[in-house]
Design a protein around this ligand. Structure first.
Ligand code: SF4
Length: 298
């Protein structure tokens, strides 16, 4: 059985958010403004936080399977810059048009995503007037949001309002919207692969066996939301875990990150994610004790 050591969770993630707040280590050079793809790429002619920007950000975030994929945001920005009719609320592009555009702008997404993209756009337009902030109206947590979306879908005979977008994506989008607008929502840090990796490699997960990542997400989300309240006033710190994972954990093997990683002394190093033998996808479980790659290798 695997359990979550809540005290250790608070200690480790408090260290990360505090380092961001105080601009220590990796955060002395990297922050949300200069490294988040949502900040680096924006379609031409838009101002950060205006209605069209929020609309675009919603459509790209819901297509983002890797959480903040730079290439995806860059290519989506180009596509919308040169095809401004895509911003039109109520306009439904055809499969043929979107297939051609995705190909032209080198947007490589899994099979079925083009249809999903169109459905998500249609539903954002039809049920929320093209305003993503309305998605989060009258709900405070991801669980409440999922119930709300399911009810709207059922009442309108729709199978899924935002196909392909799951809890992690709704937290990611809430994270973006909370930085750009007034959004009263609690779950604004996605429990993404980096958070999952950190809880494994820092011993927050205790015990033996396997835990499904969706179960883990459910366990961690309230802890993260509660802890993050302390740091909510510190703009950008919501990106801290992602920046740490993307720019440090990714390079931890072979590079000396002892002076830049805020939790270096508490972490065993990046942990190995196992791939499914048949599909080559990640297994969707985290095993404890995990296999670690080790940190700095001389
Ligand atoms: S020690 Fe390495 S793997 Fe662990 S949090 Fe720091 S950078 Fe990531």
């Amino acid at each position: 059985m695997i359990t979550v050591n809540k005290t250790r969770f608070r200690k480790i993630f408090r260290l990360i958010f505090t380092a961001y707040k105080e601009k220590n280590g990796i955060f002395s050079t990297l922050n949300a403004e200069n490294s988040g793809p949502q900040k680096l790429y924006i379609p031409k002619g838009l101002s950060s936080g205006d209605n069209k920007h929020l609309y675009w950000l919603t459509l790209v975030a819901m297509s983002d399977r890797r959480t903040n994929s730079r290439v995806l945001y860059r290519n989506f920005a180009s596509m919308f810059s040169e095809n401004t009719h895509l911003f039109t609320v109520g306009f439904s592009p055809s499969i043929v048009e979107m297939t051609q555009l995705f190909r032209q702008y080198q947007i490589a997404l899994p099979v079925g995503e083009i249809k999903f993209f169109i459905q998500r756009k249609n539903h954002l337009d039809d049920f929320f007037g093209g305003d993503p902030r309305k998605i989060y109206e009258h709900v405070l947590t991801v669980d409440e949001l999922i119930i709300k979306l399911k009810k709207i879908a059922k009442d309108n005979g729709v199978e899924n309002l935002f196909p392909g977008a799951k809890r992690k994506i709704f937290s990611l989008l809430a994270m973006f919207l909370s930085e750009l607008s007034e959004l009263d929502f609690i779950d604004i840090i996605p429990i993404d692969v980096w958070v999952q990796a950190i809880v494994s490699s820092t011993g927050i997960l205790k015990g033996n066996g396997c835990i499904n990542v969706s179960t883990l997400e459910k366990e961690l989300r309230p802890l993260m939301s509660k802890l993050y309240k302390e740091f909510r006033g510190n703009t950008g710190s919501v990106n801290a875990t992602w920046i740490l994972g993307r720019y440090q954990c990714n390079r931890c093997v072979g590079s000396d990150v002892s002076n830049t990683c805020p939790i270096y002394n508490h972490c065993k190093g990046p942990f190995t994610r196992h791939r499914h033998a048949v599909s080559s996808k990640h297994l969707g479980v985290i095993s404890v004790p995990s296999a670690f790659k080790g940190k700095f290798v001389k």
